[in-house]
Design a protein around this ligand. Structure first.
Ligand code: NAI
Length: 270
């Protein structure tokens, strides 16, 4: 299935680690839709992941950047315009990491150095990416910038830990920066609030397997997969969504507005 929706468009895709990554599926789908892009990830992830394989099959160039480093981001933006031969039309921010989660610290027992690091990587990095693009005047008019988020920003999921706060901050940045990017540059900024998805970051959350099954049963359309998310992202990069901006867009098979489903109720029948 390909409609050439992104023919002639150039972009930057953050966060492809392996074939399960949402960014990996997005890169493949953007490529199928005619877009060209630079792939980027933290230098350490380059060594652990398989990004070379993805670059080869999508004809992309890799430019490493730690998304917490302003210097790395400025270099990434400049190099991307050089490599792609012009300004940028689309950007995907698909970055998340909680040190507290990794180290098994619960929400009520945070180590604040860990909290600050996780916030920098998962939330503030989005502002840094936007500011770097904005200051370099790197985005074409009617360009589109998307970051990925989760519903724990609005509702409490105890094991999501400090990532819930990071996602709330991330979503707020999309609204705040979206105003300036819209006014000054006619660029849209949105977040997609995605179903639980079995990726490296997703599976780091305690009890992930039970939770993804629960979400599946609670969602009238079932969980949105990584591939579904890639396809939705492509629509937001395309010219068919030009006036959608500063939104948090739920992409979750209906989970966020379902009170309870019959399958879940049936589990509680006497
Ligand atoms: P993933 O583990 O494949 O991707 C996370 C990426 O963040 C990795 O590529 C990692 O290298 C990158 N990253 C970490 N620190 C970085 C840094 N300092 N600089 C640059 N990149 C860095 O997992 P996934 O699930 O594809 O994550 C992508 C986004 O989707 C994240 O924002 C995540 O929170 C979000 N999301 C994931 C859901 C899930 O259940 N998997 C649900 C809703 C949102």
């Amino acid at each position: 299935m390909s409609f050439n929706l992104l023919k002639g468009k150039r972009g930057i895709i953050f966060g492809a680690l392996d074939e399960n990554s949402i960014a990996w599926k997005t890169a493949e789908t953007v490529h199928a839709e005619g877009g060209t892009f630079v792939l980027t990830n933290a230098p350490i992830a380059m060594r652990m992941g398989k990004i070379d394989e993805l670059a080869k099959k999508t004809g992309a160039t890799i430019v490493p950047a730690d998304a917490t480093s302003e210097e790395d981001l400025d270099n990434l933006v400049a190099k991307s315009m050089e490599i792609l031969g012009g300004k940028i039309d689309f950007v995907l921010h698909a970055i998340g990491m909680s040190v507290n989660v990794r180290k098994g610290r619960s929400y009520t027992d945070q180590k604040y150095d860990f909290t600050a690091k996780g916030w920098d990587v998962s939330a503030l990095s989005f502002h840094k990416v936007l500011q770097s693009l904005y200051k370099a005047d790197a985005m074409n008019e009617w360009g589109s910038i998307v970051a990925l988020t989760y519903m724990a920003a609005q509702r409490t999921f105890p094991d999501y830990n400090d990532m819930a706060d990071n996602k709330a901050y991330l979503e707020s940045i999309a609204r705040s920066f979206g105003y300036f990017f819209g006014k000054e540059k006619k660029v849209r900024v949105n977040t997609i609030s995605q179903s639980p998805t079995p990726t490296t970051a997703g599976q780091g959350v305690k009890g992930f397997n039970s939770f993804i099954n629960y979400a599946e049963k609670m969602s009238p359309l079932g969980n949105a997969t990584a591939q579904d998310c890639a396809e939705y992202t492509v629509t937001l990069f395309s010219d068919y969504t030009k006036k959608v901006t500063m939104q948090n867009l739920f992409h979750d098979g209906g989970f966020s507005t379902t009170g309870v489903s019959q399958e879940v109720v049936d589990n509680f029948s006497e």
